[in-house]
Write a protein that binds this ligand. Structure first.
Ligand SMILES: C[S@@+](CC[C@H](N)C(=O)[O-])C[C@H]1O[C@@H](n2cnc3c(N)ncnc32)[C@H](O)[C@@H]1O
Length: 239
């Protein structure tokens, strides 16, 4: 996936997730926005085609998607042993592993989800190839991530890391943000025509959340994909 660069070592430390293990499900903690994103991500997942259809949640973190899924067998994989433990405690069937080497069979999954992880790996094209390999033809790929733009660096890193509900300091490495064109091209080459849409928190909800009058914040779809964005697409039957 040309156009993506390797990360720097000062940010994006994998140990950060273990240090913050108690924060995954804290609605006012440093992962609060991940819970808002998970609720939105679930709206992009199609209804389960049958009871027990398989949804693979790559880099599942603490399993924040779990309460929003209906009819799926929710299997999550994450590198962080503590995240895997937390996700399991919330009903996710978990595997500790690397998103670039999935221990799953070809075409086994009805849905593959990759939420807020493309911007954390040095080789996102490998993650995508693995995600599409394990997806059945006709199955759905759902992802969300941060665009490689100057605006995103300011909004998602400089500003957001200082805001309540925003990511913890140092979570994101600007060198790993995702080139949208390269992403779409890579997915198309793999057999998934990805549709991108922008995403932002509802300003009104955020103010009410700050004032303690809401537990969470709704994420709102927007045409502007230059900061936070989602991607959805089906795997073509024939490549
Ligand atoms: C920002 S969190 C997102 C977690 C979850 N998808 C969510 O949205 O709540 C990024 C997650 O990616 C995981 N991660 C980072 N690199 C990974 C890799 N190579 N393989 C598996 N998990 C990875 C981290 O441990 C962390 O749980």
């Amino acid at each position: 996936m040309d156009g993506l660069r390797h990360g720097t070592q000062e940010r994006n430390r994998p140990e950060q997730y273990d240090e913050l293990a108690d924060a995954w499900w804290d609605p006012r903690g440093p992962f609060a926005m991940l819970a808002w994103l998970a609720a939105h991500r679930a709206t992009l997942v199609p209804p389960a085609p049958r009871e027990g259809a398989l949804l693979l949640d790559l880099a599942c973190g603490g399993g924040l998607l779990a309460p929003h899924l209906r009819g799926y067998r929710h299997v999550g994989l994450d590198l962080s042993p503590t995240a895997v433990r937390v996700a399991r405690a919330h009903g996710v069937t978990t595997v500790q592993g690397d998103v670039t080497r999935l221990p799953f069979a070809d075409a086994c999954a009805d849905v593959v989800v990759a939420g807020e992880v493309l911007e954390h790996v040095a080789h996102p094209a490998v993650l995508l190839a693995e995600a599409v390999r394990v997806l059945r033809p006709g199955g759905t790929l759902v992802l969300d991530t941060i665009a490689d733009t100057r605006l995103a660096k300011v909004v998602s890193i400089t500003v957001a890391e200082r805001l309540p509900g925003g990511p913890p300091r140092g979570l994101h490495d600007p060198a790993l943000l995702v080139d949208r064109r390269a992403l779409v091209r890579t997915c198309a080459d793999l057999g998934v025509d990805l549709r991108l849409r922008g995403l932002r928190p509802s300003a009104g909800d955020y103010l009410r959340w700050l004032a303690g009058r809401r537990d969470g914040v709704r994420m709102v779809a927007t045409p502007l994909t230059s900061v936070l964005f989602t991607g959805t697409g089906s795997k073509r039957a024939h490549g």
